[in-house]
Design a protein around this ligand. Structure first.
Ligand SMILES: [Zn+2]
Length: 272
């Protein structure tokens, strides 16, 4: 559905629509799932205007960005295990939790003594004291605000297992691809303030954001990339498109794939 929303948004604004496969989390990605997704999108008439980008092949770009953050003192190595972080939080009498992940207490920050003999495991972003609140206006959700320092803490850029964090990869790619408008699922809205801070730290522009409603499965759970992909019906793309359109409050449309897409492009808001 985010695919349809972003495609319509690009068409309604005379823009280009670009597919990027966010497969940095390589162990979790099912082999072949990326090609299935592309086939499903194509069956629905949604074809990237530029060559498809695979994040798993762009490690060099992410490393360059990390190197710049390290050079400017905005990234530092962390040697903490999950247990270390829990112990540090307990020692401080804090039990800050967010999405089942502890807010990192800043143990390995250079001003707190750095690694202190631990070996580096991951790289973290040093969340700056200013701006204390990151404010942004989502094109669907309206004005939003987050105190990244207290609600998220110094977040990971490169994981202990060597994989790139989504936040860094997305920010680097959005800038490299000249993305003006990001249209994606609502579950990712909470990531936006972190990405804005990274854009500012790297001197990159901040795109406009529109977060769309999520598609829920029969059991009310969010469809993941893997099971959501399989749930789509390739044989009847117009029905698939109509289900996504209904969640986007677009009217039902009949005809071929091109007809329904044209109809919804005309009724998509052209402002912003
Ligand atoms: Zn640490």
């Amino acid at each position: 559905m985010a695919a349809l929303a972003s495609w319509l948004d690009a068409r309604a604004h005379g823009g280009r629509w670009i597919v990027r496969l966010e497969d940095v989390d390589t162990p979790r990605c099912v082999p072949g799932a990326d090609h299935l997704i592309l086939r499903q999108l194509a069956a629905c008439g949604l074809v990237s205007d530029e060559p498809v980008v695979w994040q798993s092949q762009r490690g060099v770009l992410y490393q360059q960005a990390l190197d710049r953050l390290i050079a400017s003192g905005q990234a530092y190595p962390c040697g903490c295990s999950r247990k270390d972080i829990e112990a540090a939080l307990q020692a401080q009498g804090l039990q800050r939790e967010r999405h089942h992940a502890a807010v990192y207490p800043g143990t390995c920050r250079p001003e707190n003594g750095g690694l202190q003999g631990k070996s580096p495991r991951a790289w973290r972003f040093a969340v700056p004291p200013e701006p204390a609140l990151v404010n942004w206006t989502d094109l669907r959700l309206g004005p939003k605000t987050q105190n990244v320092a207290t609600e998220v803490g110094d977040f990971i850029l490169k994981r202990a297992d060597g994989l790139w964090a989504y936040q860094l990869a997305v920010v680097v790619d959005d800038a490299a691809q000249g993305i003006s408008h990001v249209v994606r699922g609502e579950d990712l809205a909470d990531n936006t303030p972190r990405q804005i801070l990274l854009q500012q730290a790297l001197g990159l522009p901040t795109p406009r954001y529109r977060h769309t409603p999520l598609v829920l499965g029969m059991n009310g759970e969010k469809l993941s990339k893997q099971n959501g992909a399989q749930a789509l019906d390739l044989a009847d793309p117009v029905s698939t498109l109509n289900r996504a359109a209904a969640r986007l409050s677009l009217p039902a449309a009949a005809g071929g794939v091109a007809d329904v897409l044209q109809r919804w492009t005309a009724s998509w808001p052209h402002g912003d």
